[in-house]
Design a protein around this ligand. Sequence first.
Ligand code: NAP
Length: 308
Amino acid sequence: MDDVYDTIIIGGGPAGLSSGLYSARAKLNTVVIERESYGGQVVTTVDIDNYPGSVENATGDTLSRRMKSQAEMFGTKFISDEIVDVDFSPEIKSIKGKNKTYKTKTVIIATGANPRPGGFKNEDKLRAKGISYCATCDADFFTDFDVAVVGGGDSAITEAIYLSKFAKHITVIHRRDALRAAKSLQEKAFKNPKISFMWNSQVEEALGEEVLEGLRIKDKNTGETSELKIDGCFVFVGYNPVTELFKGKVDLDQRDYIITDGNMKTNIPGVFAAGDVRQKTLRQIVTAASDGAIAAVEAEAYIENQKL
Ligand code: NAP
């Protein structure tokens, strides 16, 4: 018979890697299953200066590599597979991957979230032809060009500041007259001579046939539209949780985030969720890592209590 794991962690971002570390240290037979690369969104973040202790040379890539090797050092196994179905109803749960089906006593869902599209005309057509969702990946292509950033949260402002190291000018297009981003980021952006703001503005259409040439933007106060000539457009308007697989399997909220209690328990015994995928207010590396630790400790307690 195939191995029954103590804990299967689905997703290898900070929440999953932290779960792996705590679970393996508790001597649980632990595996992290990830379909892409380890580290999740963090890998595409340049400077991580708000994860405690991580100050110098703290790139997202370095931090996630360290997290992975630390979990590995304590015995966490890593499998590359894409999970296509789950059955949480039996005591021993089934996690069906493209390559094989895995059996486990507990599951920690740490699938994170993906960038949300801006929802304007021609966005798909010009994706990767001037429209991007990752400044770390694409900023270099726009050295000395004019770019736009859509959004007003932490991501938009962090990435606008990063882009200012490359681009000639950055126009932040925001749908309201105030940013949602942390005050410290706002101050940095307002002081940056390369960054300007278009307030109360909504992108309606990306212009261009083969490559992006501009944006049609609507002023929400006056209803008037204008065209902004631009070479690149970076969209940072939030994230959608990766929960398609879990619909009907665990309780989700109205925005499809997994509902947990403070101990990361979902409504299904033995199934936990950690990190950006769950309903919560602060989505940061530090809170993802914290969720992961709690979920692993709770998984251990569940196995002990159920005498599995
Ligand atoms: P967010 O906080 O949800 O902000 C999304 C921004 O996009 C908001 O300004 C929102 O406008 C705007 N927006 C949403 N839908 C839009 C649409 N259809 N068209 C135009 N604008 C739209 O998302 P985020 O900035 O990606 O951050 C996600 C989480 O990660 C947050 O918890 C954040 O704190 C965290 N994060 C932290 C850091 C950091 O600490 N350095 C960096 C990145 C992300 P409104 O303001 O009008 O709602």
